[in-house]
Write a protein that binds this ligand. Structure first.
Ligand code: NAD
Ligand code: MG
Length: 393
C-alpha cells in the first residue's frame, strides 16, 4: 500500500491521478489533498477519497472548507506554510501537480523530507532545478517524471553516459500551421483548445505558444543531466511518440502511447512496477502514419527564448518562467494579445540582470522581480494596443 499526498488535487493532473487511485484501492491510499482556491471541489474530493487532511492555499477559504468538512474527521489547514507543512508529512509519494512556480516550496519541502515526488509541476524544476535535483540526491528521494515526454525518456533510459541526444516531441498546438498575422487575433478560447491533450488553461496556452516545449527542454536538462546541445524538440502532430533517446551506437529508443496523461501518471505512481490503466490502446494500422517536422522558431519565438535561457543558465529560466506566467494570465484575462506573450517574456529577460541562484531566497527574489517587470510590460503593451485601436478608428 502506497500512501499519497496530491498537491494540486483539483486540477487536470490531480483528476487523472485520483481516477487511477480509485481504480486501485488495494495499492494506493490518500493521505492529503491540496488545492489553490476551490474549497468546494477540495472538500468533495477529500470525502470521496477518504483523505486524512485537506489543505487550501487561499487563507480566505479556510472557514468554508472547515465548515464543509466538519464531522468528517478530516484535518483542515490553509495558507502557503500549511502547504509546505503537509508536503513534509511522511508518505510514500507526493504527487506535485500544482501549476506554476507556486508549486516550488511544497515540492522542495517533500524532497527535503526525503519523500519521493511524482513531478508534473515543471515550473518548479525550471525555476530551481539545481536546488531540487541536489536536494533529491542528498536525501535519496526519487524524482519521477509525470510530464509525458519526460516520463517517456525515463522509460527508455538505459545508460546515461552513452546518450548522444534526447528528443522531446511537441504536438505543435492549435496554431501549428497558422501565420503570425492570423495568430495576432487569437482568442483565449481558441488557445486553450488543444488538438490532442486535455489539460489546464495555463499549460494549454503554453502548448499553443510552444513555451511549453521550451520549459520542458529545461526540465529535461535538470532531470537527465545532459548538455543543452544534446536536447532537441521535434513537432509530431499525432502526439503518440512522446520522447526518444539516441544512444552513441545510433540506436534510437522511443516510448509510444495514447495521448492520455493516465499512462505516464500510472507509470510514476506504480514505479518500479506497472499497473493496468483503462486507456484506449494504440492501433497503429488504423493510425497509418506518424508525421514529424521542425519547429518554426520564427512563428513560435517562445521556444527560442527558452532554449537561449537554458543555454545561458543562471536565473534566466526562472525569469523566463515568471514573465511567462504573468503574460499568460494577462492573455487569459483578455488584457493582451497572443503574440504579446512571447514579446513580454523577451522584454523581461532583456531588462533584468541574471545571477546564479544559491538558494530558495535567490530564486524567490528573481521570480518576484521578473513578475513586477512583466506586469509593467503588460501595461505598456495594453496601452500600445489601445493606441493602435484608436488610430484605426
Ligand atoms: P490545472 O490548472 O488543471 O490545476 C492546477 C492545480 O494547482 C489545481 O489543483 C489548483 O487549485 C492548484 N493551484 C493553482 N494555483 C495554486 C497556488 N497558487 N497555490 C497552490 N495551489 C495552486 O493544471 P494542470 O493542467 O493539472 O497542470 C498542473 C501541472 O502539471 C502544471 O505544472 C503543468 O505544466 C503540468 N502538466 C500538466 C499536464 C496536463 O495534462 N494537464 C501534462 C503535463 C504536465
Ligand atoms: Mg509535456
Amino acid at each position: 500500500m502506497k500512501r499519497l499526498t496530491i498537491l494540486g488535487a483539483t486540477g487536470s493532473v490531480g483528476a487523472s491521478t485520483l481516477d487511477l487511485v480509485a481504480r486501485n484501492p488495494e495499492r494506493f491510499q490518500i493521505q492529503a489533498l491540496t488545492a489553490g482556491k476551490d474549497w468546494r471541489k477540495l472538500a468533495d474530493l477529500a470525502v470521496a477519497h477518504a483523505a486524512r487532511a485537506a489543505v487550501i492555499a487561499d487563507e480566505g477559504a479556510y472557514a468554508p472548507l472547515k465548515e464543509a468538512l466538519a464531522d468528517t474527521g478530516i484535518d483542515v489547514a490553509a495558507g502557503e506554510q500549511a502547504l509546505v507543512d503537509i508536503a513534509r508529512q511522511p508518505v510514500d509519494l507526493v504527487v506535485a501537480a500544482i501549476v506554476g512556480a507556486a508549486g516550488l516550496p511544497p515540492t522542495l519541502a517533500a524532497l527535503q523530507a526525503g519523500t519521493s515526488v511524482a513531478l508534473a509541476n515543471k515550473e518548479s524544476l525550471v525555476c530551481a532545478g539545481q536546488l531540487m535535483t541536489a536536494t533529491a540526491r542528498r536525501t535519496g528521494a526519487e524524482l519521477l517524471p509525470v510530464d509525458s515526454e519526460h516520463n517517456a525518456i525515463f522509460q527508455v533510459l538505459e545508460d546515461r553516459d552513452r546518450i548522444s541526444r534526447i528528443l522531446l516531441t511537441a504536438s505543435g498546438g492549435p496554431f501549428r500551421t497558422w501565420t503570425s498575422e492570423a495568430m495576432a487575433a487569437v482568442t483565449p478560447a481558441q488557445a486553450v483548445k488543444h488538438p490532442t491533450w486535455s489539460m489546464g488553461a495555463k499549460i494549454s496556452v503554453d502548448s499553443a505558444t510552444l513555451m511549453n516545449k521550451g520549459l520542458e527542454l529545461i526540465e529535461a536538462w535538470h532531470l537527465f543531466g545532459v548538455r543543452p546541445d544534446q536536447l532537441g524538440a521535434i513537432v509530431h502532430p499525432q502526439s503518440l511518440v512522446h520522447g526518444l533517446i539516441e544512444y552513441i551506437d545510433g540506436s534510437v529508443l522511443a516510448q509510444l502511447g495514447p495521448a492520455d496523461m493516465r499512462v505516464p501518471i500510472a507509470h510514476a505512481l506504480a514505479w518500479p512496477e506497472r499497473i493496468a490503466t483503462p486507456v484506449e490502446r494504440l492501433n497503429l494500422a488504423a493510425i497509418g502514419r506518424l508525421d514529424f517536422e521542425e519547429a518554426d522558431r520564427q512563428r513560435f519565438p517562445a521556444l527560442a527564448l527558452a532554449e537561449a535561457a537554458m543555454r545561458a543558465g543562471d536565473c534566466r529560466p526562472c525569469v523566463l518562467n515568471a514573465a511567462n506566467e504573468i503574460a499568460v494570465a494577462a492573455f487569459l484575462e483578455g488584457r493582451i494579445g497572443f503574440l504579446d506573450i512571447a514579446s513580454i517574456v523577451a522584454e523581461t529577460l532583456e531588462a533584468l540582470p541574471s545571477r546564479c541562484p544559491e538558494n530558495l531566497e535567490d530564486v524567490d527574489e528573481a521570480d518576484r522581480r521578473a513578475r513586477d517587470r512583466a506586469q509593467h510590460f503588460v501595461k505598456i503593451s495594453r496601452n500600445r494596443s489601445f493606441a493602435v485601436q484608436r488610430a484605426r478608428g
